[in-house]
Design a protein around this ligand. Structure first.
Ligand SMILES: NC(=O)c1ccc[n+]([C@@H]2O[C@H](COP(=O)([O-])OP(=O)(O)OC[C@H]3O[C@@H](n4cnc5c(N)ncnc54)[C@H](OP(=O)(O)O)[C@@H]3O)[C@@H](O)[C@H]2O)c1
Length: 314
């Protein structure tokens, strides 16, 4: 075999590391999305008779409520609009023959709502908690120009941060006592990618990431499964996306994928194309920070322009 020059040796080592990196990533995707979910199936009913979902009358929350009912759990539905709560409860009872309980609560209000929720759930064995409720701005906007600044920022902090913290504080003690339970906190991919014009929203979701990480470190050893889900775009009222695409699934398809990853990954986008999107964007960001920021800012400004046009027309 011909002798290799020093440059060729460096090249070979580089190719070797590149191959290792690719193989490691492919194996991790296969484990996280295929092998892990097949091996680590969670029996939600065994975790406790009831599952509680916040922000559950639409979008991602409603689909979590339906998926948990399909797995045999009785469902506590906590959301803002009583008529939508009643309709969702009726639909779930009819489709899955389980019991439901509705609790009306507006998470943009002050912390008195948690006394009300606490009384309503007294004595219920809640084995699964989905902290799903979350709000964003009506459209992407620069920090100083967020419409109704005080009210919007306070609502984002209360609905996205205080809700997750207080609901976990209410329900985790029962899980710890029983030595089992599942807590699923819905964050957002916006907290792990560049997110100009969504600054406060993305920052509240970064809290959800860090909070979940800490709680997982503290309580997983007591038999509780704790997961942070960081979705990319999903069709819903909040995203304003109506037609599904490869990167923006329906809420139903998204939750069907995400719920199977509980017990395998503590942090996940929940959906393979979202993981690909986050990885691609962050690779661009790592190689050219300013290009990635320019790209995202341009796309956000376009959405902002379109939304403002629509609002002005209305
Ligand atoms: N959709 C996406 O692209 C996307 C991406 C990343 C992360 N997420 C996260 O996923 C979660 C769900 O989002 P989604 O898109 O499914 O939202 P959605 O379709 O707009 O549904 C929101 C649900 O929360 C309820 N809700 C809203 N404000 C509330 C409040 N102040 N108090 C109580 N309930 C309230 C709504 O009830 P009413 O109908 O009564 O208002 C509805 O049931 C959020 O945490 C969001 O940040 C979504």
């Amino acid at each position: 075999m011909a002798q290799l020059s020093p440059l060729e040796k460096v090249g070979l080592i580089f190719v070797g590391f590149l191959l290792l990196y690719i193989v490691k990533n492919v194996l991790s995707v296969v484990y996280n999305f295929v092998i892990g979910p097949a091996l680590n199936k969670v029996d939600y009913k065994l975790k406790g008779k009831w599952a509680l979902v916040t922000g559950c009358t639409d979008g991602i929350g409603k689909q979590y409520a339906r998926e948990l009912a399909a797995r045999g759990c009785d469902i506590v539905l906590v959301s803002r609009s009583l008529d939508k709560l009643k309709a969702t409860a009726e639909e779930i009872e009819k489709d899955f023959k389980v019991s439901t309980k509705v609790i009306q609560a507006d998470f943009s209000e002050d912390s008195k709502i948690y006394d009300h929720i606490s009384k309503e759930i007294e004595g219920l064995e809640i084995g699964t908690l989905v902290n799903n409720v979350g709000v964003s701005y009506s459209y992407p906007e620069y920090f100083l120009d967020i419409p109704e600044w005080d009210k919007t920022v306070s609502t984002l902090i209360r609905a996205n941060i205080v809700s997750v913290t207080n609901m976990t504080h209410l329900i985790l003690p029962g899980m710890v006592k029983r030595g089992k339970g599942v807590v699923i906190n819905i964050g957002s991919a916006s907290s792990v990618i560049p997110s100009p014009l969504l600054t406060v929203y993305a920052a509240t979701k970064a809290y959800v990431d860090k909070f979940t990480e800490g709680i997982e470190m503290e309580y997983s050893k007591q038999g509780i499964i704790i997961q942070c889900v960081q979705p990319g775009f999903v069709c819903s009222n909040m995203s304003g996306i109506r037609r599904s695409t490869f990167f923006a699934p329906t809420a139903k398809d998204f939750v069907k994928s995400a719920i199977n990853l509980v017990g395998t990954t503590a942090v996940t986008t929940g959906y393979l194309p979202h993981s690909a999107f986050v990885n691609i964007l962050n690779t661009i960001y790592e190689s050219s920070n300013s290009f990635a920021v320019w790209l995202v800012t341009r796309s956000m400004e376009n959405s902002r322009r379109k939304a403002m046009k629509k609002y002005k027309k209305q």
